[in-house]
Design a protein around this ligand. Structure first.
Ligand SMILES: *Cc1c(COP(=O)(O)O)cnc(C)c1O
Length: 396
């Protein structure tokens, strides 16, 4: 009896056997000295995926959304103004979270399929001569639309306006799969989770915090308790946690970091780029378009594909699941019914991607989409075979 196909949702992603084994373990005493010996170096090693040396990394039992809440509630006060763009479901939800925390959000609308509205940011920041805006929010990789935004450009907009606001970045579906440069981009809080590029089960929010944002934690007026960064920092400095840590996920995270560093982050990023390009070739061969408007916005972790007029992507996603046991992402929010998404991040190979493309083709053909069976697979095969690398079997 076959058990499970790979998933092609943009999180949670496929969990490699090595990580499943790592998380299958006996009870760990988190007050025992060997927890400290493993946990402290782990926090240090996580800085690499954020591209920071000056920032500090914290883990909270939660998911990406909890990481956002930690970012906001530890550094800001009710009534503070923040600037955010709304260009997909995740950037939208972050705005809603800020409003519920009593912040005043300058929400800049952009088309779904476009990236962070940098010019508008710059205009608003330049006009804010009283520096009422305390933080600028950007979603690095908008998972709903398959759009990667230029965070360095957001930093340039802040600098051009000589504005001191902090920069908070949602890197949940980019960090550990794409180059992320917290220090170079002047990011103050970057957020990710365990279940995307890090290939683990859901359950951890992982955030990196700059010295400036840590400073802001001392004067923030929002309420937080479980997500208190300063309390977490005090405990971490003593090699421990303020409450019971999710030891299975922490063990898995150590193993995940060791897989990523064995492959080498530049190679991890190149693999994502290459697999994504094969998927894009397939989409082109189907005669379909990406939701992302321009090539420089194309995401290397998720492709959101517009279905032809008259088709409902929700039906397609359900059909693929019910008939082939394969999960794709549906359309969220403004693009519900109009796009389906192929997640190609984390533990993903050419062969897995080809299987996903083949399954998508079968589902589309069953539903009378105007595509030719095999066309996308061939386009991806041609690209993957022309750009092949030596396959190196992992030695654990
Ligand atoms: C997955 C995701 C999140 C967080 O979602 P959780 O379900 O809370 O982990 C946030 N932002 C982006 C861009 C995401 O892809």
């Amino acid at each position: 009896m076959p058990t499970q196909n790979p998933v092609f949702i943009p999180g949670p992603t496929n969990v490699p056997d090595r990580l499943r084994h790592a998380m299958d373990m006996q009870t760990v005493d988190h007050r025992a000295p060997d927890f400290e010996r493993q946990f402290v170096p782990l926090l240090q090693s996580l800085k690499s995926i954020f591209g920071t040396t000056s920032g500090e990394v914290f883990l909270f039992p939660s998911t990406g959304t909890g990481g956002w809440e930690a970012a906001v509630t530890n550094t800001l006060s009710p009534g503070d103004e923040v600037l955010a763009g709304r260009y997909g479901m995740f950037s939208h939800r972050w705005i809603e979270l800020c409003r519920k925390q009593g912040l005043y959000v300058h929400a800049v609308q952009a088309d779904w399929g476009d990236g962070v509205p940098v010019d508008e940011y710059e205009r608003i920041l330049a006009a804010d001569t009283g520096h009422r805006i305390k933080a600028v929010l950007a979603c690095h990789n908008e998972t709903a639309t398959g759009v990667t935004s230029d965070i360095a450009a957001v930093r340039r907009a802040l600098d051009a306006a000589e504005h001191p606001a902090m920069l908070f970045v949602d890197g949940v579906s980019s960090i550990a799969s794409m180059d992320f440069r917290m220090d170079d981009w002047g990011v103050d809080v970057a957020v990710t989770g365990s279940q995307k590029g890090l290939m683990l089960s859901p359950g951890l929010a992982i955030i990196a915090v700059s010295p400036q944002a840590l400073e802001a934690c001392h004067s923030s007026g929002c309420t937080r308790s479980y997500f208190d960064i300063l309390a977490m920092r005090d405990a971490n400095r003593a090699g421990s946690f303020p409450y019971t840590p999710p030891t299975g996920l922490i063990r898995g995270l150590r193993e995940s970091m060791s897989m990523l560093s064995a492959e080498g982050l530049p190679r991890v990023f190149a693999r994502h780029r290459r697999i994504a390009e094969g998927v894009r070739r397939a989409v082109g061969a189907w005669g379909l378009s990406l939701c992302a408007k321009r090539p420089e916005l194309y995401s290397n972790t998720v492709s959101a594909i517009e279905v032809p007029r008259g088709f409902d992507s929700g039906v397609l996603v359900r059909h693929a699941y019910e008939h082939y046991g394969v999960s794709f992402g549906g359309g969220l929010g403004d693009v519900a019914g109009r796009v389906f998404r192929i997640g190609h991040l984390g533990d993903m190979t050419d062969v897995m991607a080809l299987a996903g493309l083949a399954a998508a083709e079968m589902a589309m053909a069953n539903l009378d989409y105007p595509i030719e069976l095999g066309s996308g697979v061939v386009a991806a095969q041609q690209y993957y075979s022309a750009t092949r690398n030596h396959w190196k079997q992992e030695v654990a």
